[in-house]
Design a protein around this ligand. Structure first.
Ligand code: G4F
Length: 356
């Protein structure tokens, strides 16, 4: 047993549930924080967590700095993982103010609470920074690459990133940024393109009358890894002997088009692409049926063209390397979505968090 206490904000999300399960297996006492009321949170949390003696759910918001200060007083955590965020890049263009409050000022609230706390410097603080910070900077991107954020989501995360660095340097806080590239899993919401493609492919192949799957920018390239590897990396960042900032990613990049091809191939279908831009479609290469159509309404005002990690620093200093491949990820997501489509969502969530 580690005997350590961790506090995770954003515990109901893909990373929050997997990190909570990972830390429980390491012997931590885990407090999971989210803005949901307990009943709503219970619907989002896998029973593995809810039934664990060393897990407790707490309702609260990172935009309330005094609440965070009182929480640190009451729980005396050894580690805080700030995963709470408005995590949808496209939506941030519609809600820039709320995004800045949560993704930017929410982080400052944690840092101020730690600065003013007697034992604040002894608490290890992890900030969920993002490869979105790099925006349109040339790939591959490392800790040394200048940031070029392309969305209200990314500009708010940039403020948070530099606040973490500033509080570390100015006040000696143990505060670290994990600059994580896209990471997915069976628990990913269909608001994100990977899960949307997986669920959409199963739906569209389930019946001849089904509408094609509608997607936006097919040319965007992302460094997609498996979330299980990344929650392990978050923990390794906080167990490092000093606070620092680390890029975590696989070093490989694929377009949205290539991800769709891999998913349909996993389901036994070869795609044939036709047309360009807003008129591009993908047909079943055998039957000719239209399975995917581009919908310009899904284009973003600005999109990040290509993300590809150079995670050499994390490999050298933390010994972190992803264990799961792109093919593992696609296969896991497709298998889980097939089980879920047959009514086994709770089973999928539990299997996923316990495997993380
Ligand atoms: O899956 P996405 O929505 O993820 P995005 O924007 O890269 O952000 C994710 O990863 C970041 C790390 O780099 C996190 F910080 C962030 O919180 C989030 O987890 O979109 C990926 C790409 C984009 O280029 C988007 O334009 O897919 C493109 N895309 C094409 N069609 C679509 C769609 N994205 C979504 N969500 N839905 C579509 O229909």
């Amino acid at each position: 047993m580690s005997g350590l206490t961790a506090l995770i904000s954003g515990v109901c999300g893909q990373d929050g549930t997997a990190l909570a399960a990972f830390l429980l297996r390491k012997g931590y006492r885990v407090y999971g924080l989210a803005r949901w009321e307990p009943e709503a949170a219970e619907a989002r949390l896998p029973s593995y967590l809810l039934q664990h003696d060393c897990f407790s759910f707490l309702s609260g918001d990172v935009t309330d700095g005094l609440f965070l200060a009182r929480l640190i007083d009451r729980l005396a955590p050894d580690e805080i993982y700030n995963l709470a965020a408005m995590s949808h890049v496209a939506e941030s263009f519609e809600t820039p103010m709320a995004t800045a409050q949560i993704n930017g000022l929410g982080v400052l609230n944690w840092l101020e609470a730690l600065r003013l706390h007697d034992a604040g410097a002894a608490v290890r603080f992890y900030q969920a920074s993002s490869s979105e910070l790099f925006g349109d900077a040339p790939a591959p991107q490392s800790e040394a690459t200048p940031f070029r954020p392309c969305s209200p989501y990314a500009t708010a995360k940039l403020f948070a990133y530099w606040s973490v660095v500033n509080y570390r340097e100015a006040y000696g806080l143990f505060a670290s940024n994990g600059i994580l590239f896209n990471h997915e899993s069976p628990a990913r919401s269909p608001d994100f393109v990977t899960s949307k493609i997986v669920q959409g492919a199963i739906r569209v192949l389930s019946g001849r009358g089904a509408e094609p799957l509608r997607l936006g920018n097919l040319d965007a390239c992302r460094d997609w890894g498996h979330a299980a590897d990344y929650v392990r990396g978050m923990w390794m960042i906080l167990r490092h002997d000093r606070a620092d900032d680390f890029v975590l990613g696989t070093g490989r990049t694929h377009s949205v088009r290539a991800f769709a091809e891999a998913v349909f191939a996993e389901l036994g279908v070869r795609l044939l692409w036709q047309g360009e831009g807003a008129r591009e479609i993908a047909r079943d290469a055998v039957s000719g049926r239209v399975l995917i159509a581009v919908d310009p309404a899904l284009f973003r005002p600005v999109d990040v063209p290509c993300l590809q990690a150079d995670a050499a620093k994390a490999a050298a200093q933390l010994g972190w390397r992803p264990e799961k491949t792109f093919s593992d990820l696609v296969r896991d997501m497709v298998r889980a979505a097939q089980v879920s489509a047959e009514g086994g969502q709770e089973c999928v969530s539990n299997v996923y968090v316990q495997a993380a």
